[in-house]
Design a protein around this ligand. Structure first.
Ligand code: SF4
Length: 638
């Protein structure tokens, strides 16, 4: 059967015995779309719940979506999923990457790749037009990602795309990142799982195959419609460094977001984008009094070693606070602590962490674990720098935007694609962080957008709990769709466009045009709800205790938000009743309020309110009877 929009097969490789097999994508596509959805279902089918992250039974799943390979939609994206050690417990985890690799995999004949087992020496996988071979990669161990890519391109040719891990993945660093061509990197600790499997790289050769859309003309018109929503030059890039960087969109994007690249060392390109490019800026500014591109050295070091910038951000702030308080010394750590902000400091720090040398080995376990090692005073400081149990940095705080509390509480990691579903509207209202509410995106715009994308205008009033559980549910379901199609988080959903509120029907129209499955917004979001419930089932089966584990870090309940604690919203401003501008500085997430939010959220999800477990009836309504059957045998469904 031809499946419009898909390559048609999923590749499975067992590194323990070298077995290579494939299954038809059609077994998964209708119910789970692609990307996150298909990866989660493959994980459910293939990974026993008791498997540890570094066991051979754990699988790494790499999956593109139906939009991957169709240019002009910011949709050449792909997901990596598997069990990782990134948080305070081992858990199913995920990340999202862009540029060529996912599209090349699809062009080579596969919508997804599931790798299980363990090789007994470093290996790579070479995929070329439907074939797959396991190759020796002993020569790659310990090398930086950039060097590995150069080496492999020499060996396999420039017309390839390469996914790899750096020294941090080799050393099983808790927050090691996977890295692919042109600066694509993915967090969630999944590079350590690649390292545990002795899998150094996956090389995919270019192919002339392209997925076919069911309705190419409709798709073309949709691409034109989206292009017209972004007049040229609408958005000055926040990541530009004049004289060094230039705008360069990811392969196949066709929309762009101000993403920057720059060249050093000949042909190599490095990125300047989002949090990854600014995480060391504050320190550089403090040390030198200016930012001049030195912060990009920190980004290059993270990409080269394969380390998560979102963890390094909070960690460096915490190290700085500890040394200022006299809790750590240069002698004890072996770090030039007086030079935080210098190139020497960041080079020394990252090298020690990636190689797990001395104090670097303590930091390699994450900031929370390192604070425990230093002592109670160091632990007390964490609240200023850490947002999650995975030591990820603070940005979209529940004390500021209470809706985010439900997202942080129910996801195994910092759910950045969901958090953006809230903060992007608050930022637009706040003039993209400039602190002048409502000039470009007025409160009327905000309310209209909340009606369309958050389930009601009341969700735009942050003085009340009303409407927040519904908004959280809708934002999550829509994010699971986005992560399964797979669309870029920087452009989707199209909530804010020049002139006001965007179009919430675009994703379903794109999906229908590509696959020929006529699906409206409501039906597509229902699939997102199905994927959300599947992920909940995965978490429950591996030990998440439902309501009991749906928690925030404790400090959100006990430590009032301080002025300037949130870098993009110094005064903690949000819209309140009737559009009044209110400040959340000085507030906490009240425990009773949080429990009330959870009650309503579970009700809206059709889950049991007392336990947070899904109900058999809800899973059946979502077409997940097979999942319900398994959970029932384990006492994990009501
Ligand atoms: S919107 Fe930006 S980050 Fe997203 S795919 Fe396009 S260029 Fe890449």
């Amino acid at each position: 059967m031809t499946l419009s929009g898909y390559a048609g097969n999923i590749l499975k490789i067992n590194l323990s015995d070298g077995d290579v097999s494939k299954v038809p994508t059609a077994e998964y596509a209708d119910r789970f779309l692609g990307g996150h959805g298909i990866a989660a279902k493959l994980y459910w089918d293939m990974v026993p719940p008791q498997a540890k992250a570094f066991d051979a039974e754990n699988c790494l799943i790499y999956a593109s979506g139906p939009v991957t390979g169709f240019p002009r939609f910011a949709g050449f994206r792909w997901k990596t999923c598997g069990k990782s050690i990134a948080g305070d417990r081992e858990s199913f985890n995920y990340c999202n990457l862009g540029d060529k690799w996912g599209a090349f995999l699809k062009f080579a004949g596969y919508d997804a790749l599931a790798v299980r087992g363990k090789a007994d020496k470093p290996v790579s996988i070479f995929i070329n037009n439907g074939t797959a071979e396991i190759k020796d990669a002993s020569n790659l161990r310990g090398k930086l990602t950039f060097d590995i890519i150069d080496t492999l391109k020499e060996e396999y040719g420039k017309d390839t795309s390469i996914l790899t891990i750096g020294p941090a993945g080799d050393k099983l660093l808790t927050y090691a990142t996977v890295y692919a061509d042109e600066g694509a990197s993915g967090s969630g600790g999944l590079a350590a799982v690649m390292g545990s499997k002795n899998l150094k790289a996956i090389i995919v050769a270019a192919s002339s195959n392209r997925p076919q859309a069911a309705h190419p003309q409709r798709l073309q018109k949709l691409a034109d419609e989206i292009r017209d929503m972004r007049p040229p030059g609408d958005m000055p890039s926040m990541w530009e460094i004049p004289g060094l960087t230039r705008e360069h969109a990811c392969y196949g994007c066709g929309i762009g977001c101000g993403r920057q690249v720059y060249s050093l060392n000949g042909d190599r390109h490095y990125k300047s984008l989002c949090q990854a490019s600014i995480f060391y800026s504050w320190a550089v500014m403090k040390y030198t009094g200016k930012t001049d591109g030195a912060q990009l050295l920190a980004t290059r070091l993270c990409d080269g070693y394969g380390i998560d910038t979102a963890v390094m951000h909070g960690m460096i702030e915490w190290i700085n606070a500890c040394q200022e308080a006299g809790l750590i010394t240069e002698k004890q750590t072996g770090l030039p602590l007086k030079e935080i902000g210098s190139p020497e400091f960041i080079e020394k720090l990252m090298g020690m962490i990636a190689r797990r040398e001395g104090f670097g080995d303590v930091l390699a376990r994450g900031t929370i674990a390192a604070a425990r090692e230093i002592g109670a005073e160091a632990e007390k400081m964490l609240h200023s720098y850490i947002a999650t149990r995975s030591s990820e940095t603070k940005d979209y705080d529940p004390r500021l935007m209470i809706t985010t509390s439900l997202l942080y509480a129910t996801e195994p990691r910092r759910p950045i694609q969901q958090l953006h579903g809230i903060c992007s509207l608050v930022m637009a209202w706040l003039e993209m962080g400039g602190g002048k509410p409502g000039e470009f995106f007025t409160i009327e715009d905000f309310r209209k957008t909340a009606e369309k994308f958050w389930g009601g205008a009341i969700a735009a009033d942050f003085s009340t709990l009303e409407g927040k559980p519904l908004a959280a549910k809708i934002i999550q379901d829509r994010a699971f769709v986005k992560e399964s199609l797979v669309l870029c988080d920087l452009r989707w959903p199209a909530m804010v466009i020049p002139g006001g509120t965007g179009d919430s029907t675009l994703e379903s129209r794109i999906y229908s045009a590509i696959t020929g499955q006529e699906t409206d917004e409501k039906e597509l979001n229902k699939i997102g709800e199905r994927i959300c419930n599947l992920q909940r089932a995965i978490l429950l089966r591996q030990g998440w205790r439902g309501r009991q584990d749906d928690q925030l870090l404790d400090y959100y309940h006990t430590v009032p938000l301080e002025k300037a604690e949130i870098f993009w919203n110094i005064d903690g401003l949000v819209p309140g009743k009737d559009g009044e501008i209110i400040s959340k500085v000085g507030t906490v997430v009240d425990r009773d309020d949080f429990e009330k939010l959870k009650d309503e959220y579970y009700e809206l999800r059709g889950w049991d309110v007392a336990s947070g477990l899904p109900t058999e009836a809800k899973l059946a309504e979502l077409g997940l009877q097979d999942i319900a059957g398994d959970l029932k045998g384990r006492g994990l469904v009501k």
